[in-house]
Structure formats: C-alpha cells, structure tokens
Ligand binder design. Structure first.
Ligand SMILES: Cc1cc2nc3c(=O)[nH]c(=O)nc-3n(C[C@H](O)[C@H](O)[C@H](O)COP(=O)(O)OP(=O)(O)OC[C@H]3O[C@@H](n4cnc5c(N)ncnc54)[C@H](O)[C@@H]3O)c2cc1C
Ligand code: SF4
Length: 441
C-alpha cells in the first residue's frame, strides 16, 4: 500500500530543480529543463527596469564634478552593478531578471573555437538558437555618416570589418544608442524572453533571492541556502544548476566547499576617442561593426561610463567618436566573496597597446589630429573561466569531483576568454547542459 502511494506521488510530482541566476545561462537552462523538472529560478536581483532619464541631462550634471566614481552609476540605474578589482579594473554586470543580457549591446556572435578544440560541437544548439532569437546584421541604414566613413577606412586598411549580428527586432529599433541602459522599445532581445517561456511552461521565478551555498551529502546536493531580502533559509532541490555568472558562480562554489581555479578572465575594454563635432555617435546603434584581430577586437562604441566619469571626456556627447578595443585577456585572477583579484599583466598591456595604436591610425586616416584624441577608462563585462571545461568533460559538461546533481551553466566553464561577446555561446552551451540535466529526471 505504502509502495503504491510512493509510485503515485512520483508520477504526479516532478523532481525539483533550482536554477541560480536568470541571465544568458540560467534562463536558457530553465527553458530546457522545465517539464522534465519543476524548475525554480533564484535570482539575486529584482525586476529589471530600463533607465529612462534624458542622458543629455546626466551629461550636463557630470560637469558639476559630483560624478567621480563609476560605482555611483547604481544610484542612477540600479540594474547596472559596477565593482573595482584589485588591479583597478572597472567590472560591470547586470543584476536583476535577465542578468547582464538586459544591459548588453545586443551582439549575438558565435565564438566557440575554444570549445571545439576540446571536442565540443554545439552546431545543433546554435542552429536552434538562430530559430529562437532575432538575429540580424541588416542595420546599415541606421549608421550615421561618421560610422560609414570609419567602416570604409577599416576596409581600405584591409581590416575586414563586418556588420555585427544583433539580437534585436529590427523593425522596433530606433537606433537610439541606449542599449546598455535597457531598451525602452522592447526592440532588444534579452534572456527574460526565455525566462517567460519557462514560466509559461510552469517554472517559478523568485527574485531578491541570493544563493549563498549549496548543501551536499554523500556526493549529492539536496538544496541551497538563500539569503535574500525577501527570502532566506533552506530550499530543497533534487538538481541544482549554477548560472550566477562568471563572478557569481565561483563564489557559490567556494562557499559550498568546492574549489575553483584562479583563472578569471574579464575581457577588458578600453575606448580610444576623438573630438568630432556633430558626429552623433551617442545616438546610433552601439558596436555597429566589428574588426577581429588575433587577441582583440575593435568596434565603434560610445562609452557612457567614460563619458560620465572620466574627466578627459570633456566634450559634449554628440561631438565624440569612440572605438573600443576589447581584449581576450590571459586568464589569471579570481573572485572570492566580494573581492575581485584581477589586473592586466604585461601580455595584456602590450595587446591593449596594439589595439589602441590601431584605433589611432584609423582616426589619423580620418584626418583627426592626435591632440584631439583621448582614452577612456578600462572596464570589463565578460567574466568567466574559473571552472574551465577540458576534453575530459566534453560529453558530460560535469566535473567528476562535483556532486553528481550539481551543474554549472555559464561562462565559468569556458576554457579561455572569447575576447568577444559571449551571450550566444553561453546560451548554446547552456542548452546542451539543460538537456543533459533533463535526462537525469
Ligand atoms: C555593458 C555590457 C554590455 C554587454 N554587451 C554584450 C553583447 O552585446 N553581447 C554579448 O554577447 N555579451 C555582452 N555582454 C556580456 C554578457 O551580457 C554576459 O557575459 C552574459 O550575460 C553572461 O551570462 P550569464 O548567464 O553567465 O550571467 P548574467 O547574465 O550576468 O546572469 C547572472 C545572474 O545571476 C544573478 N546572480 C548572481 N549571483 C547570484 C546568487 N548568489 N544568487 C542568485 N542569483 C545570483 C545575477 O543577479 C544575474 O542576474 C555585455 C556585458 C556588459 C556589462
Ligand atoms: S538602439 Fe535603442 S531601440 Fe535599438 S535595441 Fe538599442 S536601446 Fe533598443
């Protein structure tokens, strides 16, 4: 009788999965898992709201001198979290439903070479994603005359510039240039769309829920400890997937007694800017095209953090044209608790200098004077690498020293920095991991 009751119970009730984080990795896993498991997504941040204030007013306010530390951005825009690393790097990420995808510049680029090298083929997952998310590089009509000219110069220099594929509904995009403040028109895709699909299928989202650690016994996890402003205490689970991002997941692992490797990468980014009266880059699609080099990429990008907080950015926003150099940095650094240990080493610096020289040469060919050029503040927003996959985990996506029902599904798993926008590659990987986990039900 008792046995029969047990069978009836397990047929009616699904096993419980907790997914930690609702960004690129977490939302994708939740969507794949719901149905096989009863999924609860635990998100430390709150509901995401775009920053809607007039940016030119903030631009005027910076002249008061009261904006002097990038971390103050949270007073204007709480969804953007800025921290400083030991090596004085400004580290940026999103906090809230949708994670960092809500403040991204909408680039959807496949960069899975380092995964292929260890025997991971995600072709099927990328093909599916192409059907599930809007992805288009058909936005040249929105480029302003300055960007068109810079594109031509890059072409003449043999740099093979390529229009960036954008995760956006083109017909809704007003090319306003505010992507990093969240899209007010619903034109930019972000991972809340996958989260909504998961919730329509029955998943739950608990926001304001920070996971401190996972509990394990006998090689299996059985729940998590939550310490949020809304909920706290123990939540039981039959499966836990950590997707709290490259800075969040290693902290939870370490708090739970599982070691990570001190191989943090962050993809540092530095902008080279020039005075260019009336060019209006502040009001066009950010990163409209990309030039790929061996260790870095270059792309036009109006850097609002530098504009607000860096005194060298003294011109008004429509009169600045800026190009970012984004590095694939060497993976050395770590995050423990609230402390991020990360700086640029000699190799990183020399690669960054190479990128800066390239941007200055582009500007010289445009006829800009060297005296009109200035640099931004180095910032970074693509953390990962502290639990890298190797060929050994190429099929399982699971490190055998972790409890058998504990998985990671974010850039923490990347063997090295992509030096490029990682959302699409994180999602392809998370899709596979979601399916592997679904088979455990
Ligand atoms: C300004 C900016 C622009 C960017 N633009 C692009 C772009 O155009 N294209 C691109 O591909 N990439 C871009 N990126 C990078 C990209 O957004 C991130 O790399 C990606 O979103 C990471 O996905 P994730 O799932 O690993 O983490 P996230 O998307 O950061 O999500 C992690 C989530 O986990 C939550 N969390 C953290 N700790 C806990 C905890 N203990 N408990 C519960 N929840 C927790 C966080 O609040 C967050 O919501 C950009 C980054 C920045 C900063
Ligand atoms: S440019 Fe403006 S309208 Fe277009 S996706 Fe970005 S924020 Fe939305």
């Amino acid at each position: 009788m008792l046995l029969r009751a047990h069978f009836a119970w397990s047929e009616i009730y699904l096993k419980r999965a907790i997914v930690v984080g609702s960004g690129a990795g977490g939302a994708t896993v939740a969507k794949e898992l719901q149905g096989a498991f009863e999924v609860t997504v635990l998100e430390a941040g709150r509901e995401f709201r775009p920053f809607t204030a007039d940016l030119s007013l903030v631009g005027k306010f910076r002249k008061s001198g009261l904006l002097f530390d990038e971390r103050m951005i949270r007073f204007l825009f709480p969804a953007m979290k800025v921290r400083k690393s030991s090596g004085e790097l400004i580290i940026v990420n999103g906090s809230g439903a949708g994670g960092t995808t809500t403040i991204c510049t909408a680039n959807g680029i496949r960069r899975d070479q380092c995964l292929k090298e260890i025997g991971i083929n995600l072709d099927k997952e990328f093909e599916e994603l192409e059907r599930e998310v809007p992805l288009s590089d058909d936005h040249r009509r929105h480029w302003n005359a300055g960007t068109k000219r810079v594109f031509e110069i890059c072409r003449e220099m043999g740099l093979d510039p390529v229009p960036s594929p954008k995760l956006a509904y083109r017909n809704r995009c007003a090319a306003c240039g505010r992507c990093i403040f969240g899209c007010r028109r619903g034109a930019k895709w972000d991972s809340r769309e996958f989260l909504n699909v998961a919730m329509e299928r029955g998943a739950k989202l608990l926001s304001g829920c920070r996971v401190k650690r996972v509990f394990a016994d006998g090689g299996e996890v059985y729940g998590v400890e939550v310490a949020g402003s809304v909920r706290f205490g123990f939540l039981p689970a039959d499966l836990v997937v950590l997707a709290a991002g490259g800075l969040g997941t290693p902290v939870i692992l370490r708090e739970s007694g599982f070691e990570c490797e001190d191989r943090l990468f962050v993809d540092p980014m530095l902008c080279v800017a020039t005075k260019w009266e009336g060019v209006g880059q502040d009001q066009e699609i950010p990163m409209p095209f990309i030039v790929q080099r061996e260790h870095f990429m270059v792309s036009p990008y109006f850097d609002y953090l530098s504009f607000f907080f860096n005194r060298q950015w003294k011109y008004s926003s429509p009169d600045i044209y800026s190009m970012m150099v984004k590095l694939a940095d060497t993976g050395s650094g770590s995050v423990t608790g609230k402390k991020i240990t990360k700086g640029l080493n000699e190799i990183d610096r020399s690669r960054m200098n190479e990128g800066v020289s390239l941007c200055m040469e582009i500007f010289r060919r445009l006829g800009r004077e060297e005296g009109d050029m200035f640099l931004g503040t180095i910032n970074a927003g693509h953390p990962g690498g502290m639990l890298p996959l190797t060929g050994k985990e190429a099929t399982t996506f699971h490190h055998d020293w972790l409890p058998q029902n504990l998985y990671v599904a974010d850039a923490t798993l990347f063997p090295e920095s992509l030096g490029n926008p990682p959302i699409l590659t994180i999602m392809a990987m998370a899709k596979r991991i979601g399916r592997i986990c679904a088979a455990l039900a």
